[in-house]
Design a protein around this ligand. Structure first.
Ligand SMILES: [Zn+2]
Ligand SMILES: [Zn+2]
Length: 115
């Protein structure tokens, strides 16, 4: 079944609008760089939609990069914190190391008892 142009019922549609997909004859079809549309408005709405999509994609990309940077910073922080604890353990105040070591001992003791 062939569809006919909306404005010219006697003419067979040769194309469809890229935005609202109404059938268009060769008189109504308006060729643009990115396809055929029924009107400037339809073309513009598609262009705006594409611009919005591009903007959203760019924002998503920026967010992804920011998250990656944050993750990298977190990683560095943990590594540095670990190094500080590992190499600087003897230099930390006795009150702190003694408290942590006491906790650790009670945990290992509990496991030893459990077995
Ligand atoms: Zn249209
Ligand atoms: Zn027409």
């Amino acid at each position: 079944m062939q569809s006919h142009c909306l404005k010219h019922q006697e003419k067979v549609a040769t194309a469809r609008c890229g935005a609202c997909s109404i059938p268009l004859c060769e008189l109504c079809a308006q060729p643009y760089q990115d396809g055929v549309y029924c009107s400037d408005r339809c073309h513009q709405s598609v262009q705006e939609g594409q611009a919005r999509m591009a903007k959203m994609a760019a924002e998503e990309e920026a967010l992804r990069k920011r998250r990656q940077t944050q993750a990298a910073f977190k990683m560095i922080f943990y590594v540095v914190a670990f190094c500080l604890l590992f190499f600087g353990w003897d230099y930390l105040p006795e009150g702190f190391t003694g408290w942590v070591e006491g906790m650790w001992k009670s945990v290992t003791d509990a496991f030893a008892k459990g077995k």
